[in-house]
Design a protein around this ligand. Structure first.
Ligand SMILES: C[S@@+](CC[C@H](N)C(=O)[O-])C[C@H]1O[C@@H](n2cnc3c(N)ncnc32)[C@H](O)[C@@H]1O
Length: 293
């Protein structure tokens, strides 16, 4: 009798042995991780039907994109946190092995016990480097899923928007047809920023667009019914102010939302100089703040 599985029935012992063999982890390590996950759940949530039931946790192997943050770690959903706790491995994207990325910071603060694996990703315009990074990330996912694991990839905000997750899902599906792939939605940076500023993101008869360059901003601001959000606003504040003035539109700029040093300011009051990459500019539609009829 192995000491590590003394309390387990034969069937579970067999499954444990197989899982340990496939994943390269010791049986003791797998038991520790499972008990850690159980005890991290609120009492009563471990009956499989509670509100903290992790999405897709009963399906193995699987790839799950989990939205975290985007700034304030508290904005994760209970399903997102439960999925991180249930995962056999949690991957976080980083610029290099030695750097703690923002997704890792959030995961460490909401689920400190999970074992994280950093995967470097080249966030550069060079298509070849990005593709190589994507394949390396897909490879890291498959190392886990080929061993029967539930692999979570934590991404900032919503995995389905402005994130590497859709491309990763496509790459992994191509390599392993039929693998279960799903995402747990997260709160986008523009939702968090609009909430912080208490401005409307939508309303009757309107549309919401997210742009990442000044030409598209200029084109979209012409329609007063459209809420326009600017992401990746590493541009000069004066250029955005000039376009806003041409269309008689107002905006709020949320910088480092939910993070130390955060700032929320009207576009018109923005100090001269570049807007940082971690800023979201929101142009509300002209009449979405009226009470709906
Ligand atoms: C790659 S996108 C983030 C996408 C994410 N998947 C989402 O759902 O929001 C990066 C952009 O999000 C915005 N952003 C991210 N974190 C932010 C924060 N803490 N405060 C303000 N804007 C933020 C910035 O415009 C940044 O350039």
């Amino acid at each position: 009798v192995r000491k590590s599985s003394i309390y387990l029935p034969d069937e579970l012992k067999q499954l444990l042995e197989e899982r340990a063999e496939r994943s390269g982890r010791s049986e003791a390590d797998l038991i520790r991780a499972a008990i850690g996950r159980l005890l991290a759940m609120p009492a009563g949530a471990d009956d499989g039907g509670g509100p903290d039931r992790p999405l897709a946790s009963s399906v193995r192997p699987a790839l799950v994109g989990v939205g975290v943050g985007p700034g304030d770690p508290g904005l994760i959903t209970t399903t997102g946190r439960a999925t991180l706790l249930a995962a056999d491995r949690v991957l976080v994207i980083t610029t290099d092995d030695h750097s703690v990325g923002r997704a890792e910071m959030v995961v460490r603060s909401v689920a400190p016990a999970v074992r994280l694996q950093r995967v470097p990703f080249a966030i550069v315009p060079d298509e070849a480097h990005r593709e190589a990074s994507l394949q390396a990330l897909a490879g890291a996912v498959l190392t886990g899923t080929d061993a029967g694991e539930l692999v979570a990839v934590a991404v900032l905000g919503d995995p389905s928007q402005w994130s590497v997750f859709p491309a990763l899902a496509a790459a992994v599906r191509q390599l392993r047809t039929g693998l279960h792939v799903v995402a747990v939605p997260g709160i986008t940076a523009y939702q968090a920023s609009a909430s912080r500023a208490a401005v409307a993101l939508g309303g009757a008869g309107g549309a919401l667009v997210v742009v990442d360059n000044l030409a598209e901003l200029d084109r979209r601001l012409g329609d007063a019914q459209v809420v326009v959000v600017v992401y990746k606003a590493s541009v000069d504040g004066a250029d955005v102010q000039a376009i806003a003035a041409r269309h008689h539109r107002h905006a709020v700029v949320a910088e480092l939302n939910g993070l130390p040093g955060e700032r929320l300011v009207d576009l018109a009051d923005l100090p001269a100089g570049p807007i940082s990459y971690l800023a979201t500019v929101i142009f509300p539609a002209l009449d979405h703040d009226r009470v709906p009829s």
